[in-house]
Design a protein around this ligand. Structure first.
Ligand code: NAD
Length: 377
């Protein structure tokens, strides 16, 4: 099977989908590996490292797309790229399938099997393929680093002959994978951390990291069978906003990571709350690119409101591209290896598998994913 790895063209993207180590493993499995020239540069990998791993470097991007049986990448393709692919080709990447009707139509028309990394189910067996989690984990770390860089204070308490500096107060909204890593990172730096999440089960995890859990009575919230939060009612969102107001005013740093899978993120920090914060405070809005948890945050940018810095730069994991590439690449490899037929030396699409069918969006000219099919109708 001919596996192709194109260069990522999205501005600000430094991660790469396949590292030289994983390239070597794919070649060892019997794949013919084609890598676009300079594909690894963003994360510091050279063409020579891929050649050494057994890959062939291809300069012509169009040729790469049209000759591939399997394409491995990070970001979604363009419609033009889909049109270059052969019928029966398999494309694995992030796809944002809930919002990409045009792309899904293009995959369908081209007869390409599209597999979405966002749709890897949250089971024990699929954890090694879970790119949302591996990248969110790094995002949690990066968000704290960014906040620390912008804050005109330090995180830890410092007792010196020149006086005592109090530890910074950090409030984390949403304690999923990214939020928990943000809590752990801020704690390691010595901050006083409080967190809130709508899933009550998270309280214990927050406390085990040495942070305080903010109790808010929202009534029934629950979580889905897949381990995701359920969307709050507008009334519950309002209760949450009011209950967080005080702690936000007292925080030096607020980090928001609240999301409900497949939905627009809730707006949890409003302008009047920002106005109540001390000038110099910092807010990091992880959800800025998908609608925002924070009023006034701007996707891809850092803005200021009443002296408060609001960071919405996004693509957080790309800031630590080397580690992020290693993790994503490993997630991809585990998915490929799990579906690899030794005999045919090829990735096999098996609709009887317990993981794969849920991640397949289109196959053989049809939208096969039930959730996405319902949205498309
Ligand atoms: P996510 O990125 O979809 O959401 C982020 C967090 O926001 C979640 O914890 C959610 O509860 C929270 N949230 C939603 N609305 C909120 C609101 N109004 N206020 C505050 N918080 C709000 O989720 P995630 O980080 O990818 O994962 C969530 C959980 O799923 C994890 O903590 C874990 O328990 C579970 N998980 C399981 C597996 C597995 O079993 N393989 C893998 C990854 C995650």
């Amino acid at each position: 099977m001919r596996i192709a790895i194109p260069r990522e063209l999205q501005p600000g993207e430094n991660r790469v989908p396949v590292t030289p180590d994983v390239a070597k493993k794919l070649v060892r499995m019997g794949a013919e590996l084609l890598v676009e020239a300079s594909m690894g540069v963003g994360a510091g990998f050279t063409d020579a490292e891929y050649t050494e791993a057994g890959a062939t470097i291809v300069a012509d991007r169009k040729e790469l797309f049209s000759s591939a049986d399997l394409l491995l990448r990070l970001n979604k393709p363009s419609v033009d790229e889909i049109e270059l692919m052969q019928r029966g080709c398999i494309h694995i990447s992030y796809l944002d399938p809930f919002n990409e009707r045009e792309l899904i139509d293009a995959f369908k028309a081209a007869g390409v099997t599209s597999i979405s990394m966002e749709m890897i189910p949250r089971t024990t067996r699929s954890q090694k393929m879970d790119a949302l989690s591996s990248q969110a984990n790094l995002a949690g770390y990066v968000m704290v680093m960014k906040a620390a860089n912008h804050l005109p204070r330090i995180f830890p308490m410092m007792m010196t002959p020149a006086g005592t500096l109090k530890p910074a107060n950090v409030f984390v909204i949403g304690a999923g994978v990214a939020g928990l890593q943000a809590i752990a990172t801020a704690k390691r730096l010595g901050a006083k951390v409080t967190a809130f999440d709508t899933r009550p089960v998270v309280a214990e995890q927050v406390q085990s990291l040495g942070a305080k859990f903010l109790e808010i009575d929202l009534g029934e919230t629950g979580e889905t069978a897949g381990g995701y939060a359920k969307e709050l009612t507008p009334e519950q969102v309002e209760i949450q906003r009011q209950a967080q107001k005080d702690i936000i005013a007292k925080s030096d740093v607020v980090i928001t990571t609240a999301q409900v899978f497949g939905r627009k993120p809730p707006v949890l920090v409003t302008q009047d709350m920002i106005e109540g914060m001390q000038p110099g405070s910092v807010i990091v809005d992880m959800a800025a690119e998908t609608g925002g948890n924070v009023e006034g945050s701007r996707p891809g940018d850092v803005v200021e409101w009443c002296g408060v810095t609001i960071i919405g730069t996004g693509n957080w994991a790309s800031e630590v591209a080397r580690d992020a590439s290693q993790m994503y690449s490993s997630n991809l490899f585990n998915l490929v290896e799990d579906n690899w037929c030794e005999e045919k030396k090829a990735f096999e699409v098996n609709f009887e598998d317990d993981i794969l069918p849920g991640c397949i969006i289109t196959h053989d000219g049809e939208v096969t994913n039930e959730t996405i099919k319902n949205i498309m109708e």
